[in-house]
Each structure stands twice: as structure tokens, then as C-alpha cells.
Design a protein around this ligand. Structure first.
Ligand code: FE
Length: 141
């Protein structure tokens, strides 16, 4: 059971309509439509529903698929994998371990070192940039 449980009404209230469709209804965003497809910033990709840390930017790679892709989860138990038999295919669905929200699917055609391709929806993720050293305050005028 997920650690965080909310009613569908509560999820609807806390997510945008597009996020709700993907995270809670397992929809898939259109390829190349997501905000993180070409992102190269350093940071941690967190669950857009509950904030759990899911992927480190260092594992993001160019998959050419049109969806942000990672070769590993940030922590072994951050992402739960479930057999998905919908749409006439057998796929591995990835959900947030903490809140059970849909993230995307995992395929075994990824790069080294894992060989895995976590094919994620941008709508399921929120990039929290690595905090850079704040610049010193400007001197008084
Ligand atoms: Fe979550």
C-alpha cells in the first residue's frame, strides 16, 4: 500500500487537469510535449504528486523517444514496478512508491550500467535544481 493515500477528489484539487490524467489515470503525455524532454539541468526529479525523490539528473539520457528517460531510479525503493497488461501489451509500469501515482513505463533497452530505460512523463515529475552557492549580497550603494 502506498504511504500517502488521498481521495480522488483530493488529488484533483492538488494537481492540474493534465497532471491528474497522467498521475492518477495512467494517461501518457504526447511525445515531445513534455517540459523535461530536453532538460539538462542538475537536480533531482521528484514526484509531481507527492514530492518523493525519484530520479537524479545524472542518470538522464537522450533516448530519442520524446519522453524524459533515465537509466535508474535515485533509490532502489523509490519507484515501484508493476506488470501492466493494458492496451494489448505486456509492459512494466513505473509508479511512485510513496503515493502510488503513475510515472511511466520501464523498458530493458536502456544504456549501461543498468540497461534499463525509465520512460517517464514530464507531467509526473518536478525537477528540483541542485542548490547553487548563493551569490554574495551586493554592497550598499
Ligand atoms: Fe508520489
Amino acid at each position: 500500500m502506498p504511504e500517502i493515500e488521498r481521495t480522488e477528489k483530493e488529488w484533483r484539487a492538488s494537481l492540474s487537469p493534465d497532471q491528474y490524467e497522467v498521475l492518477r489515470k495512467s494517461a501518457t503525455e504526447r511525445p515531445w510535449s513534455g517540459k523535461y524532454v530536453d532538460t539538462h539541468d542538475d537536480g533531482t526529479y521528484c514526484c509531481a504528486a507527492c514530492g518523493a525523490e525519484l530520479f537524479d539528473s545524472s542518470t538522464k539520457f537522450e533516448s530519442g523517444s520524446g519522453w524524459p528517460s533515465f537509466y535508474d531510479a535515485k533509490f532502489a525503493d523509490a519507484v515501484e514496478l508493476i506488470t501492466d497488461r493494458t492496451h494489448g501489451m505486456v509492459r512494466t509500469e513505473a509508479v511512485c512508491k510513496r503515493c502510488g501515482s503513475h510515472l511511466g513505463h520501464v523498458f530493458d533497452d536502456g544504456p549501461a550500467p543498468t540497461g534499463q530505460r525509465y520512460c517517464m512523463n514530464s507531467l509526473s515529475l518536478e525537477l528540483v535544481p541542485t542548490t547553487s552557492t548563493p551569490s554574495p549580497p551586493s554592497p550598499p550603494q
